[in-house]
Unconditional design. Structure first.
Length: 286
C-alpha cells in the first residue's frame, strides 16, 4: 500500500507541474493580450478626444453660419421691403410690365446659389449660366428705365446697398458652412476609425477573458494537486510511523521472550553469559 501511495504522490507531482507550466504560459499570453488591449483603448481615447476637438470647431463654425445667416436675411428683408416700394411706384407710373425687380433679383440669387452648390453636367451648367446672364441683362435694363425717376433711383440704390451687404454676408456664410462641413466630415471619419479600433480592442479583450479563465482553471488544478500531495504526505508519514512502531513493538516482544527464557534458565541455576545478562537488563527483568 505504501508503494502505491508513493506512486500516486509521484503522479500528482508530475500533473501539478504540468498544470503550473500551462498556467504560467496562459498567464503570459493573457498579459500580452491585456497590454495590446490597453494600447488600443488608449488609441481609441486619443481618437475620440481628437474628434471631440474637431466637433467643437465644427460647432463654432456652424454658430458663425447661423449668426451671419441672420444678418444676411436681415439685409435681404430690408432690400425686399425697398423693392416692394419700387413695385408700388412702378404700378402707379404704369411701369409694371413683366416681373418686378424684386422677383428678378430673387430669381437671379436663386440661380447663382444653385450654380455654386449643385453638381451638374456641362450642358446644364451652360444653360444655367445663359439664363442668369439673360435675367441679369433684363434686370439692368429695367433698373435703368426706373432710374429716370429720382425717387425710384434713390430706392434702387438703397435696395442695391442692402443686397450687396446681404451678398457679402452670404459669402461669409458659405465660407463658414464649407469649413463646418469639412470639420464634420473629418470628425465622422475619426469617429469611424475610433469605432474600428474599439471593436478590435473588444475582440482582444474577449480573447483575454477566455485565456485568463483557462489560466485560472489550471491554477485551480495546480492548487488542488498540491493539496492532494500534502494529503498523501500525511498518509505516507503516518503509515511509515505506524510501520516503524510495529517493528519496535515486535522487536521488544522478541527481546522479552528471549529474556524470559534466559531468566527461567537462570532460576534453574544455569550459568548465563554477560550478553544474556545485558539482555535481561534491557528487558527489565533484573
Amino acid at each position: 500500500m505504501l508503494q502505491e501511495l508513493q506512486k500516486g504522490k509521484s503522479d500528482l507531482k508530475i500533473k501539478s507541474e504540468e498544470n503550473k507550466e500551462k498556467r504560467n504560459k496562459l498567464n503570459a499570453q493573457a498579459s500580452e493580450l491585456a497590454s495590446k488591449r490597453n494600447e488600443l483603448n488608449k488609441r481609441t481615447k486619443e481618437l475620440i478626444d481628437e474628434a471631440q476637438e474637431i466637433k467643437i470647431l465644427r460647432d463654432t463654425n456652424n454658430a458663425s453660419v447661423r449668426e451671419n445667416k441672420a444678418k444676411r436675411d436681415e439685409y435681404n428683408e430690408k432690400a425686399n421691403k425697398v423693392y416692394a416700394k419700387i413695385d408700388k411706384i412702378r404700378k402707379d407710373l404704369n411701369l409694371s410690365d413683366g416681373p418686378s425687380l424684386k422677383e428678378m433679383r430673387r430669381e437671379i440669387d436663386h440661380l447663382e446659389f444653385k450654380q455654386q452648390t449643385e453638381v451638374m453636367n456641362s450642358n446644364k451648367e451652360r444653360e444655367l449660366v445663359e439664363r442668369i446672364g439673360h435675367l441679369t441683362e433684363e434686370f439692368k435694363r429695367k433698373k435703368t428705365q426706373l432710374e429716370g425717376n429720382q425717387e425710384l433711383k434713390d430706392l434702387l440704390e438703397e435696395a442695391q446697398i442692402n443686397r450687396d451687404q446681404a451678398s457679402e454676408y452670404h459669402n461669409v456664410v458659405k465660407q463658414f458652412a464649407d469649413a463646418a462641413q469639412e470639420y464634420h466630415e473629418n470628425m465622422i471619419k475619426i469617429f469611424k476609425e475610433a469605432d474600428k479600433v474599439r471593436a478590435e480592442s473588444d475582440n482582444i479583450h474577449k480573447q483575454f477573458v477566455e485565456i485568463q479563465e483557462s489560466a485560472d482553471e489550471q491554477h485551480r488544478l495546480f492548487i488542488k494537486a498540491q493539496k492532494e500531495i500534502r494529503d498523501f504526505d500525511k498518509i505516507i508519514i503516518g503509515l511509515k510511523k505506524k510501520s516503524k512502531q510495529s517493528k519496535i513493538t515486535s522487536a521488544r516482544a522478541q527481546i522479552k521472550k528471549e529474556a524470559e527464557e534466559i531468566y527461567s534458565q537462570f532460576k534453574l541455576g544455569e550459568k548465563i553469559s554477560t550478553e544474556d545478562l545485558l539482555l535481561l537488563q534491557r528487558s527489565g527483568l533484573v
